[in-house]
Design a binder for this molecule. Structure first.
Ligand SMILES: [Zn+2]
Length: 417
């Protein structure tokens, strides 16, 4: 089976121009003795909005790998696919994020539910798991309720997995199952039930993306109770280690943190938790790189800055419709956003100060940052005018993309300050 390395970071590259500066961040990490592999991800949603095909992600990544002589693994993730959307991802992808969030809460056949409960008496009663302070206490009814919520979703994951196997062969891809795009977080006892069911479906999952407690808004820091997150994250790691032993799941199974970019306040708790459980990590970033493109344009001044301001003005004018598909991961106070006429007068320093994710800078404006995060559709509509400006401002953009990924993400997450 194609095996995912212990540490991996998902990188998004909306306009297929930043694979090289992204890869440089991984080379910097390797220089510090940390092996972390890049996984280029772009969801069906982003491909559809921008009008690109999944093969473009592979081509851009392959070119960067060749140009920079990267000899370690790298992957292309068919991010958030389902049976309806997987087709065009099959050939260029070797990593599949099977998204079954929409099936959470759908009823499974009652015979399947009964069979699950009969097969898993070990899930009922007092379950002591090393690394979990308080043993889980469950009843047949409580496990039935959890299985009732998640069994149909897991069965759907099985259908999608087997479809991919029939087309690619079981040994040629990495499987992730995601349940993050839903309203309620999954608790550690629920995760245990889900993993048991995934093992029953014989899905060799190497990463699983639950929804964690707290808000994972796009492009900004984590919002929530840090102590509670840490407890939940560590319990999840303990549950995974337990499920690997109990159910024979792949021994490199690890958590995948979606919308993981810019969640600076949880990186230290994550970094400290991993060695306690001898665990790996996959963290997905995506739009943070597109924001660095804009920062690079603005930093370049002149026509680059002018284009960045134009994108802001358009995004401001279409704020509601741009935010709609991201409602659960965006939190903008619209009346507080600066009006385009104000932004039109900004210097490079003011524009980059508002956008760059540095909360200690008084110019930082998380509303501006979130609005522009969903504003990539505006740039997509500009077509070559936008792409040509990326080429013209390559130096400042590359520098910002690499710095952001390495210094703000990989380093605090896996290396330490
Ligand atoms: Zn996700």
């Amino acid at each position: 089976m194609l095996r995912l390395s212990r540490y991996s970071i998902g990188v998004g590259d909306r306009f297929a121009h930043q694979a090289r500066p992204q890869l440089r961040a991984f080379i910097l990490a390797a220089g510090q003795g940390v092996d972390v592999v890049p996984v280029w991800n772009k969801s069906n949603r982003e491909h559809t909005f921008i009008g690109t095909e999944p093969v473009s992600v592979r081509n851009a990544a392959a070119a960067a790998v060749r140009d920079l002589n990267w000899t370690k693994p790298w992957h292309v993730d068919a991010d958030h696919i389902n049976l309806d959307t997987v087709e065009r991802f099959l050939e260029p992808s070797d990593f599949f994020t099977i998204d079954v969030a929409h099936f959470i809460g759908k009823p499974a056949a009652s015979a399947d539910l009964d069979a699950f409960l009969d097969r898993h008496p070990e899930l009922i009663g007092v379950i002591a798991i090393p690394g979990v302070a308080q043993p889980f206490t469950t009843t047949r009814e409580s496990v039935a309720a959890t299985a009732g919520t998640y069994l149909a979703a897991v069965q759907e994951a099985g259908r999608i997995y087997r479809h991919i196997v029939s087309r690619k062969g079981a040994d040629n891809f990495i499987t992730e199952v995601s349940m993050d795009e839903t309203d309620n977080p999954q608790t550690p006892p629920e995760l245990l039930v889900i993993l048991a069911a995934l093992a029953d479906e014989r899905i060799p999952i190497q990463t699983i993306a639950p929804k964690f407690t707290g808000r994972f808004n796009k492009g900004v820091d984590y919002v929530g109770d840090l102590a509670q997150f840490t407890l939940e994250f560590e319990s999840d790691l303990a549950v995974i280690a337990h499920a690997i032993r109990q159910y024979g799941l792949p021994d490199n199974l690890k958590l995948s943190v979606h919308s993981g970019s810019d969640k600076f306040s949880i990186y230290e708790p994550i970094r400290k938790a991993l060695p306690k459980f001898n665990a790996g990590l996959h963290l997905k970033t995506a739009g943070t790189t597109w924001l660095e493109e804009l920062i690079g344009l603005a930093e370049a001044g002149g026509p680059g800055l002018a284009l960045a301001k134009e994108i802001y003005a358009e995004a401001w004018g279409h704020g509601e419709e741009l935010c709609k598909p991201y409602a659960s991961v965006i939190d903008i106070d619209f009346p507080k956003l600066p009006v385009p006429a104000t932004v039109a007068g900004w210097t490079s320093e003011q524009f980059t100060g508002a956008m760059r994710h540095d909360a200690t800078n008084p110019l930082y404006d998380k509303g501006v940052r979130q609005l522009l995060h969903v504003g990539f559709k505006i740039a997509a509509k500009m077509g070559d005018r936008y792409l040509n400006m990326l080429d013209a401002c390559e130096e400042s953009i590359s520098r910002n993309v690499t710095f952001n990924l390495y210094n703000r993400h990989i380093r605090p997450l896996l290396i330490g300050a």
